[in-house]
Write a protein that binds this ligand. Structure first.
Ligand code: SAH
Ligand code: MG
Length: 216
Protein backbone atom coordinates (compact mmCIF):
# COMPACT_ATOMS: atom_id res chain seq x y z
CA UNK A 1 0.00 0.00 0.00
CA UNK A 2 1.37 3.43 -0.93
CA UNK A 3 -0.52 5.29 1.80
CA UNK A 4 -1.19 8.06 -0.73
CA UNK A 5 -3.78 6.64 -3.12
CA UNK A 6 -6.19 3.73 -2.88
CA UNK A 7 -4.47 0.59 -4.16
CA UNK A 8 -7.20 -0.09 -6.73
CA UNK A 9 -6.78 3.40 -8.19
CA UNK A 10 -3.00 3.19 -8.29
CA UNK A 11 -3.13 -0.18 -10.02
CA UNK A 12 -5.66 1.10 -12.51
CA UNK A 13 -3.65 4.23 -13.35
CA UNK A 14 -0.43 2.22 -13.68
CA UNK A 15 -1.84 -0.34 -16.05
CA UNK A 16 -3.08 2.44 -18.33
CA UNK A 17 0.52 3.48 -19.00
CA UNK A 18 2.16 1.43 -21.74
CA UNK A 19 5.43 -0.28 -20.83
CA UNK A 20 8.53 1.64 -21.82
CA UNK A 21 10.89 0.27 -24.40
CA UNK A 22 14.64 0.43 -24.91
CA UNK A 23 16.80 2.45 -22.56
CA UNK A 24 14.19 3.32 -19.96
CA UNK A 25 12.88 -0.24 -19.80
CA UNK A 26 16.39 -1.53 -19.14
CA UNK A 27 16.90 1.02 -16.40
CA UNK A 28 13.52 0.22 -14.82
CA UNK A 29 14.39 -3.47 -14.71
CA UNK A 30 17.80 -2.73 -13.22
CA UNK A 31 16.26 -0.44 -10.59
CA UNK A 32 13.70 -3.04 -9.60
CA UNK A 33 16.30 -5.81 -9.27
CA UNK A 34 18.67 -3.65 -7.27
CA UNK A 35 16.10 -1.75 -5.18
CA UNK A 36 17.09 1.65 -6.59
CA UNK A 37 14.27 4.12 -5.79
CA UNK A 38 13.49 5.59 -9.20
CA UNK A 39 10.35 7.64 -9.78
CA UNK A 40 7.08 5.68 -9.87
CA UNK A 41 5.48 4.91 -13.19
CA UNK A 42 2.61 7.40 -13.05
CA UNK A 43 4.73 10.16 -11.49
CA UNK A 44 7.33 9.58 -14.21
CA UNK A 45 4.66 10.06 -16.84
CA UNK A 46 3.58 13.27 -15.11
CA UNK A 47 7.17 14.56 -15.08
CA UNK A 48 7.52 13.72 -18.77
CA UNK A 49 4.30 15.65 -19.46
CA UNK A 50 5.45 18.67 -17.42
CA UNK A 51 8.74 18.99 -19.31
CA UNK A 52 6.98 18.46 -22.64
CA UNK A 53 4.62 21.33 -21.83
CA UNK A 54 7.19 23.74 -20.39
CA UNK A 55 10.09 22.86 -22.73
CA UNK A 56 12.84 23.94 -20.35
CA UNK A 57 16.29 24.67 -21.75
CA UNK A 58 18.04 24.20 -18.42
CA UNK A 59 16.93 21.66 -15.84
CA UNK A 60 18.29 21.14 -12.35
CA UNK A 61 17.66 17.79 -10.71
CA UNK A 62 18.28 16.94 -7.06
CA UNK A 63 18.90 13.20 -6.79
CA UNK A 64 20.33 11.38 -9.82
CA UNK A 65 20.39 7.75 -8.62
CA UNK A 66 21.17 5.73 -11.79
CA UNK A 67 20.15 8.56 -14.13
CA UNK A 68 16.68 7.25 -14.97
CA UNK A 69 14.64 10.45 -14.55
CA UNK A 70 17.36 12.59 -16.16
CA UNK A 71 17.52 10.36 -19.21
CA UNK A 72 13.72 10.30 -19.35
CA UNK A 73 13.51 14.11 -19.38
CA UNK A 74 16.34 14.44 -21.93
CA UNK A 75 14.56 11.95 -24.18
CA UNK A 76 11.20 13.68 -23.76
CA UNK A 77 12.86 16.91 -24.95
CA UNK A 78 14.65 15.22 -27.88
CA UNK A 79 17.97 16.27 -26.39
CA UNK A 80 17.13 20.00 -26.64
CA UNK A 81 18.03 20.60 -23.02
CA UNK A 82 20.87 20.67 -20.56
CA UNK A 83 20.38 18.95 -17.23
CA UNK A 84 22.54 19.40 -14.14
CA UNK A 85 21.82 16.61 -11.69
CA UNK A 86 23.13 16.33 -8.13
CA UNK A 87 24.07 13.08 -6.39
CA UNK A 88 26.21 12.32 -3.35
CA UNK A 89 26.47 8.52 -3.49
CA UNK A 90 29.70 7.55 -5.30
CA UNK A 91 28.32 4.23 -6.49
CA UNK A 92 25.21 5.88 -7.96
CA UNK A 93 27.33 8.59 -9.61
CA UNK A 94 29.44 5.98 -11.33
CA UNK A 95 26.43 4.07 -12.62
CA UNK A 96 24.59 7.21 -13.69
CA UNK A 97 27.60 8.41 -15.67
CA UNK A 98 27.88 5.03 -17.38
CA UNK A 99 24.20 5.01 -18.29
CA UNK A 100 24.25 8.60 -19.53
CA UNK A 101 27.22 7.83 -21.76
CA UNK A 102 25.83 4.50 -22.94
CA UNK A 103 22.59 6.09 -24.05
CA UNK A 104 24.21 9.06 -25.77
CA UNK A 105 23.29 11.90 -23.42
CA UNK A 106 26.79 12.85 -22.33
CA UNK A 107 26.48 16.35 -23.80
CA UNK A 108 23.05 16.88 -22.28
CA UNK A 109 23.41 15.65 -18.72
CA UNK A 110 26.07 16.67 -16.18
CA UNK A 111 26.28 14.80 -12.90
CA UNK A 112 27.40 17.08 -10.06
CA UNK A 113 28.78 15.13 -7.15
CA UNK A 114 28.18 16.22 -3.58
CA UNK A 115 25.50 16.99 -1.08
CA UNK A 116 22.58 18.94 -2.56
CA UNK A 117 22.79 21.71 0.01
CA UNK A 118 26.45 22.37 -0.76
CA UNK A 119 26.19 22.00 -4.52
CA UNK A 120 23.11 24.27 -4.60
CA UNK A 121 25.13 27.03 -2.97
CA UNK A 122 27.86 26.73 -5.60
CA UNK A 123 25.58 27.01 -8.63
CA UNK A 124 24.99 30.12 -10.74
CA UNK A 125 22.63 31.08 -13.47
CA UNK A 126 18.97 30.25 -13.78
CA UNK A 127 17.13 27.01 -14.36
CA UNK A 128 13.68 26.93 -15.87
CA UNK A 129 12.76 23.60 -14.34
CA UNK A 130 13.86 22.10 -11.03
CA UNK A 131 13.06 18.51 -10.09
CA UNK A 132 13.53 17.92 -6.37
CA UNK A 133 13.94 14.21 -5.63
CA UNK A 134 16.67 13.81 -2.98
CA UNK A 135 17.06 14.25 0.74
CA UNK A 136 13.39 14.05 1.71
CA UNK A 137 14.12 15.55 5.12
CA UNK A 138 15.70 18.64 3.60
CA UNK A 139 13.32 20.04 0.98
CA UNK A 140 12.63 22.96 3.35
CA UNK A 141 16.38 23.69 3.48
CA UNK A 142 16.81 23.33 -0.30
CA UNK A 143 13.84 25.57 -1.06
CA UNK A 144 15.41 29.06 -0.66
CA UNK A 145 18.39 28.02 -2.80
CA UNK A 146 16.11 26.56 -5.45
CA UNK A 147 14.12 29.81 -5.52
CA UNK A 148 17.30 31.83 -6.17
CA UNK A 149 18.20 29.50 -9.02
CA UNK A 150 14.73 29.47 -10.57
CA UNK A 151 14.05 31.62 -13.64
CA UNK A 152 11.07 34.02 -13.47
CA UNK A 153 8.77 31.61 -15.30
CA UNK A 154 10.39 28.48 -13.93
CA UNK A 155 8.68 25.65 -12.13
CA UNK A 156 9.68 23.36 -9.31
CA UNK A 157 8.37 19.81 -9.23
CA UNK A 158 9.01 17.97 -5.97
CA UNK A 159 8.56 14.20 -5.57
CA UNK A 160 7.69 12.19 -2.46
CA UNK A 161 6.07 15.15 -0.70
CA UNK A 162 3.35 13.04 0.92
CA UNK A 163 5.87 10.41 2.05
CA UNK A 164 3.72 7.25 2.04
CA UNK A 165 0.83 9.25 3.44
CA UNK A 166 2.71 10.04 6.66
CA UNK A 167 2.61 13.75 5.91
CA UNK A 168 -1.19 13.73 5.98
CA UNK A 169 -1.98 11.23 8.74
CA UNK A 170 -0.50 10.84 12.22
CA UNK A 171 -1.65 7.20 12.23
CA UNK A 172 0.73 6.35 9.39
CA UNK A 173 3.84 8.03 10.86
CA UNK A 174 6.66 5.66 11.81
CA UNK A 175 8.68 6.86 14.81
CA UNK A 176 11.96 6.90 12.92
CA UNK A 177 10.43 9.15 10.28
CA UNK A 178 9.07 11.86 12.56
CA UNK A 179 11.75 14.43 11.65
CA UNK A 180 11.47 13.85 7.90
CA UNK A 181 7.69 14.17 8.12
CA UNK A 182 7.88 17.41 10.15
CA UNK A 183 10.30 18.95 7.67
CA UNK A 184 8.29 17.83 4.67
CA UNK A 185 5.19 19.42 6.20
CA UNK A 186 7.18 22.58 6.71
CA UNK A 187 8.18 22.51 3.01
CA UNK A 188 4.59 22.06 1.85
CA UNK A 189 3.41 24.87 4.13
CA UNK A 190 6.21 27.12 2.89
CA UNK A 191 5.31 26.70 -0.78
CA UNK A 192 1.54 26.72 -0.17
CA UNK A 193 1.31 29.76 2.11
CA UNK A 194 3.75 32.06 0.31
CA UNK A 195 1.68 34.74 -1.47
CA UNK A 196 4.34 35.03 -4.15
CA UNK A 197 4.02 31.40 -5.13
CA UNK A 198 1.34 29.20 -6.57
CA UNK A 199 1.53 25.54 -5.58
CA UNK A 200 -0.55 22.47 -6.28
CA UNK A 201 -0.02 19.23 -4.37
CA UNK A 202 -1.07 16.10 -6.19
CA UNK A 203 -1.74 12.79 -4.38
CA UNK A 204 -0.12 10.68 -7.07
CA UNK A 205 2.66 8.15 -6.59
CA UNK A 206 4.32 9.24 -3.35
CA UNK A 207 2.89 12.76 -3.66
CA UNK A 208 4.07 15.45 -6.08
CA UNK A 209 4.01 19.22 -5.71
CA UNK A 210 4.28 21.77 -8.49
CA UNK A 211 5.29 25.35 -7.68
CA UNK A 212 5.78 28.51 -9.70
CA UNK A 213 5.95 32.23 -9.05
CA UNK A 214 2.58 33.92 -9.13
CA UNK A 215 3.94 36.90 -11.08
CA UNK A 216 7.25 37.59 -12.73
N1 SAH B 1 15.55 11.04 -9.55
C1 SAH B 1 15.90 9.63 -9.56
C2 SAH B 1 15.76 8.97 -8.20
C3 SAH B 1 16.54 9.64 -7.10
S1 SAH B 1 16.53 8.68 -5.62
C4 SAH B 1 14.98 8.92 -10.55
O1 SAH B 1 13.76 9.06 -10.44
O2 SAH B 1 15.49 8.21 -11.42
C5 SAH B 1 17.29 9.82 -4.53
C6 SAH B 1 18.79 9.93 -4.69
O3 SAH B 1 19.20 11.08 -3.97
C7 SAH B 1 19.58 8.75 -4.12
O4 SAH B 1 20.41 8.23 -5.13
C8 SAH B 1 20.41 9.35 -2.98
O5 SAH B 1 21.72 8.83 -2.91
C9 SAH B 1 20.45 10.83 -3.34
N2 SAH B 1 20.52 11.75 -2.19
C10 SAH B 1 19.79 11.70 -1.04
N3 SAH B 1 20.06 12.75 -0.26
C11 SAH B 1 20.97 13.51 -0.93
C12 SAH B 1 21.62 14.74 -0.65
N4 SAH B 1 21.38 15.40 0.48
N5 SAH B 1 22.50 15.23 -1.56
C13 SAH B 1 22.73 14.55 -2.73
N6 SAH B 1 22.12 13.40 -3.06
C14 SAH B 1 21.26 12.88 -2.17
MG1 MG C 1 11.28 10.14 -5.75
Amino acid sequence: MSGVMHDYMEQYLRQLIPDREGILKELEEYAEKNAVPIIQKESGKFLELMVSITKPKRILELGTAIGYSSIMMAEALDGNVHIDTIERDENMIEQAKKNIEKYGFKDNITVLSGDCLEVLQSLNGKYDFIFMDAGKGHYNHFHPHCMSLLSDDGIIVADNVLFRGMVASKDLVKRRKITIVKRMKSYLEMVSEDDNLITSVIPMGDGISVTKRRKN
